[in-house]
Design a protein around this ligand. Structure first.
Ligand SMILES: [Zn+2]
Length: 476
């Protein structure tokens, strides 16, 4: 039984989708005006692992993530560069897709719809809100009347008086200071669309572009329906973004709840501050991947629960890289152990795998507890390595099952997806590594170092001493 923490109820609930085994999931996506950084990587890896676990558990997941390609930030950046906003957005969208591919996230998302392709759906939704009296027009701007919607603060838990403390857009004629934009009138030098709206019995054309919040509900209504199962995003989006989405969709479609489970991920901190474009303290995904494996980044992200904020340091990244290499090296020892066709199952290995299935499942079913799942996976691989180092051979059947299960479960976190564990160390290299470990125990470091040099020059194998023991990589 899967339990998920729902921001809406502020509690863990049993996960029951609206329609049997089908899960419709939407996660707020990227505004494409610059490269994605590690804060984005954390968020998208978090939700990728959630989607992977749902699919692993047998759900049919339809996972949508929008691309915001009409936005102030895009327009401002394009003006600085002296280029068309659409051109800038396309360029950064392509780079974003490369980054998402590199960190194993892109293939899990069924569709990345672009906001500007949904102008008709946005118009229709604004019209519904006008018809029901939730929206009003001032010249070419359209606003949502927040006080008209009774449940406005249910997601954030804020008091209505607190709203005024947040950033508000001043505009003469607004009914309440915190009413938000559904449609922004065209300004000089900005992309705009002309849409037809009917209000108070008269039809008019308003020239402008969509507000930020309406793009999500127009996209989800089109692709997932008026009500769907999971909406994800970073915790900072609860107010106003997700609050406004609820107000729009529940008023327009007469549904409650618009989304059944609201899942929010913690943020990435660096040197005590949020990693962000505006603070200029960010590390681009593509820059990090010049130095580290993408799987090491996934391992780092999975080592914290998705709801908690995560502190990034270079040292933690180095440790994650070592831990990943240690898992590959250890799993390789088991994978390459001698096997025989004997029909006898190896009880010890079967038990290790039984603990993996149970422990990993329990961890992920408890609100996607990836750090616990990762620790179960690590101890499984350590158990298999120590089995391989204790026994001369294993039955082929037991080994095949164990290998398959480890790869399946590791795949939920998106690690051990490369075949390099299959590479067998040459016997001589393996002996040299053991000899080197022995020499280090005897503190004969000069001799140990010379073996390390020979491993590199003769076999292309790099040996490092990490907190996890000695690790090697680069063979084959
Ligand atoms: Zn969004």
């Amino acid at each position: 039984m899967l339990y998920v923490y729902n921001t809406l109820s502020r509690s863990k609930e049993i996960f029951r989708p609206f329609r049997g085994n089908d899960v419709n999931m939407f996660v707020c996506g990227q505004t494409v005006y610059d490269d994605a950084h590690l804060g984005h990587a954390k968020n998208y890896i978090n939700f990728d692992v959630i989607a992977r676990w749902l699919r692993f558990s047998g759900y049919n997941v339809k996972y949508i993530q929008n691309i915001t390609d009409v936005d102030d930030k895009i327009i401002n950046r394009a003006n600085e560069n002296g280029e068309e906003p659409a051109e800038l957005a396309r360029r950064y969208e392509a780079r974003f897709m490369e980054d998402m591919d590199a960190i194993g996230v892109r293939k899990g998302v069924d569709k990345y719809p672009r906001s500007h392709d949904y102008i008709d759906a946005i118009r229709d939704q604004i019209q519904m809100l006008l018809d029901k009296g939730y929206a009003y027009i001032i010249e070419d701007d359209v606003y949502y009347d927040v006080l008209k919607f009774g449940d406005y603060t249910k997601l954030s838990g804020m008091r209505i008086e607190e709203l005024a403390k947040h950033r508000i857009e001043p505009r003469e004629g607004k009914r309440n200071p915190y009413d938000f934009s559904l449609w922004k009138g065209a300004k000089e030098g900005e992309p705009s669309w002309k849409i037809k709206l009917k209000a108070d019995g008269t039809e008019r054309v308003v020239d402008g572009r969509p507000g930020w919040h309406i793009e999500d509900t127009a996209i989800t209504a089109t692709l997932l329906g008026k009500q769907y199962d999971i909406h994800g995003g970073a915790i900072e989006l609860i107010f106003p973004h997700h609050t406004n989405e609820i107000a729009q969709a529940e008023a327009a479609f007469d549904v409650k709840p618009f989304v059944k489970y609201w899942l929010h991920s913690g943020i990435m901190l660096i040197k005590g501050e949020k990693m962000s474009k505006s603070l200029k303290n960010f590390i681009r995904i593509r820059d990090l991947l010049k130095m580290y494996d993408a799987e090491a980044l996934r391992l780092l992200v999975c080592s914290a629960h998705y709801r908690t904020d995560m502190i990034y340091t270079d040292n933690m990244m180095k440790i994650a890289q070592s831990r990943l290499r240690y898992l590959y090296a250890s799993f390789s020892i088991f994978y390459n152990m001698k096997s025989s066709k004997s029909e006898i199952r190896c009880a010890e290995v079967d038990e290790i795998i039984g603990r993996l299935e149970k422990g990993f499942g329990e961890a992920m079913d408890d609100d996607f507890n990836s750090p616990m799942a990762l620790s179960v996976l690590s101890s499984t691989i350590e158990g298999l390595r120590s089995y391989a180092e204790s026994y001369p051979e294993i039955s082929t059947q037991s080994k095949d099952v164990a290998v398959k299960e480890v790869i399946n479960f590791a795949g939920v976190l998106g690690i051990l997806e490369k075949d390099s564990y299959k590479n067998k160390l040459p016997d001589k290299a393996s002996d040299m590594i053991k000899e080197r470990e022995q020499l280090r125990k005897e503190k004969r470091f000069n001799e140990a170092d010379s073996i390390r040099d020979r491993l590199k020059s003769e076999f292309g194998i790099i040996v490092e001493d990490s907190g996890f023991g000695s690790i090697w990589y680069g063979a084959g």
